[in-house]
Design a protein around this ligand. Structure first.
Ligand code: 4AD
Ligand code: MG
Length: 478
């Protein structure tokens, strides 16, 4: 058994004189005497003071940045600035050496781009310690939110043979021998002998299966990995990302918006209550970063103010049609500063438009509803106007779309007609259609992109920095 004291506990401990053992990784070693040691339990390091005159030189030389050591000694009140307690070490053991010539993390500020290349080691920085603690807290909060409300956590498949949701390009899953591809008589790839006996993919969303669950269990949610093979090299897209998808029976679009707003506020509040040190650290980090920017580009609110603001204000709710009117009349549209000029009703909104609405016009989170059916999925409930569907997108400052969802089409004839119009194969989705044949009911749901949420709460600017090992075009390292 290995016993040790966690640094987080010791920093709050006032039992001076007690014997303690800490284990962790050396951040810095100064004057042959002062070790700043981190064990990941908190952002701060603890200072370990060595009695270097009584320690062999050969041991001192092995205390290098990145090395893992164990220190045993007395907890004392610190006389130095910046820390409350320190450890007067009596014994030091080297657990794992680290060659200082080769260890890439030096005790200085590294760029996020550089750290992305050494993602296996970036956990050891304060920034990523904070980001991944907050990521954990948010995931935990998602589960408690739904659990408190009686939702059932449902595991939807990751491998699927239906490619009809149309949410994005899919990754193929196959065991076909690429050197010997089986072909049908007309030259197509023959999947009959493939592992699943048909073409299979990684899922883009668990929604369709979640709907099956909701139509029996009432309220379900998924929280799992989803995959999109789009070639989007942006700061907001990943090829592998995590999505939270609640699906609720006997709910309409308004219920759906209320649930989404409550969820976002709950998890943000949870992070504020449970990660104060991490958020404080990231807030300061962001202020530091922004010092290099021209005044006009700096945020009006700091990270904590931004999160509080989000909690204390109702999200602005308006229809797509109202948003188009605002955008058409907006300065950047009139002056042709948008890359995509809004000519009229029907245009798909680009992230520049979404961000204008949120950041410039309303200056708060926005829920847009009732989009044209042409730019939305087949399963969204059709409105009486014959033009729009009961869709909703939630737009966040600095992020753009964070949630996409809708009330679902529960009427068999409307659904199948729309599938026909959109060339969605009905045989393949017979199980989805069956739900409308056997006890159909109004229901609604949405998908929250987990990394976009983490991005918002941490104030990081690139989605690749809020997931441990990001997957994006030409990158699947680690
Ligand atoms: O809007 P999307 O494509 O909606 C769906 O997949 C629905 N089936 C959800 C539902 O109604 N159950 O994706 C939902 C959210 C987006 O709002 C965004 O936050 C996130 O997933 N998202 C991505 N996040 C990171 N990288 C990507 N490539 C993403 N694509 C979507
Ligand atoms: Mg969407």
């Amino acid at each position: 058994m290995i016993t040790r004291n966690k640094i987080k506990d010791l920093l709050a401990d006032r039992n001076f004189g007690k014997q303690v053992t800490v284990m962790g990784w050396v951040r810095t070693f100064r004057n042959n005497r002062f070790v700043a040691l981190s064990d990941g339990s908190c952002i701060q390091t603890i200072q370990v003071v060595l009695d270097y005159e009584n320690l062999p030189d050969i041991l001192l030389k092995r205390i290098t940045t990145g090395a893992c050591i164990s220190a045993n000694g007395t907890l004392v009140e610190s006389v130095g600035k910046g820390q409350s307690v320190e450890i007067n070490a009596e014994n030091i053991d080297i657990i794992g050496d680290s060659d200082p010539e080769k260890f890439p993390l030096q005790p200085k500020k590294h760029s996020l781009e550089f750290l992305r290349e050494i993602a296996h080691l970036r956990f050891r920085t304060n920034t990523f310690n904070a980001v991944f603690k907050i990521r954990h807290a948010l995931a935990f909060a998602v589960h408690s939110f739904f659990n408190e409300r009686g939702f059932v956590y449902m595991h939807t498949p990751i491998v699927t043979a239906s490619d009809a949701e149309g949410a994005g390009e899919m990754f193929k899953v196959t065991t076909i021998d690429f050197d010997n591809i089986p072909r049908t008589d007309d030259g197509e790839v023959d999947f009959r002998d493939d592992f699943f006996g048909k073409a299979a993919n990684l899922t883009v969303s668990g929604q369709l299966e979640a709907e099956l669950g909701a139509m029996a269990l009432g309220e379900v949610y998924t929280f799992g990995p989803t995959f999109r093979a789009e070639n989007s090299n942006t700061t907001r897209h990943l090829a592998e990302f995590w999505m939270i998808e609640p699906e609720v029976a006997f709910a309409d679009l308004e219920d759906n918006m209320n649930l989404a707003e409550a969820l976002l506020k709950y998890v943000i509040k949870y992070a504020l209550n449970n990660c104060p040190e991490e958020l404080q650290f990231l807030k300061s980090r962001l202020l530091e970063e922004e010092k290099n920017k021209p005044l006009a580009e700096r945020s009006e609110l700091d990270l904590l103010e931004k999160l509080e603001f989000c909690l204390n204000n109702e999200f602005e709710r308006l229809t797509y049609t109202e948003a188009i009117d605002i955008l058409k009349a907006s300065k950047p549209n009139q002056k042709k500063q948008f890359k995509y000029i809004i000519e009229g009703w029907g245009a798909d909104l680009q992230s520049e438009h979404e961000r204008f609405l949120v950041e410039k016009h309303f200056k708060k989170p926005v829920i847009l509803t009732d989009y044209p059916k042409e730019i939305k999925s087949f399963y969204m409930r059709q409105n009486e106007d014959g033009k729009t569907v009961r869709a909703m997108d939630i737009l966040f400052p600095g992020i753009g779309e964070i949630i996409g969802g809708s009330q679902r089409e529960e009427r068999l004839d409307y659904l199948t007609k729309r599938m026909e119009e959109m060339n969605i194969p009905q045989e393949e989705l017979y199980w989805y259609i069956d739900l409308r044949k056997f006890g159909t009911a109004p229901h609604a749901g949405f998908g929250l992109g987990f990394e976009r949420l983490v991005l918002f709460v941490t104030g990081m600017t690139n989605i690749r920095d809020v997931i441990p090992f990001p997957r994006f075009p030409k990158n699947a390292e680690f």
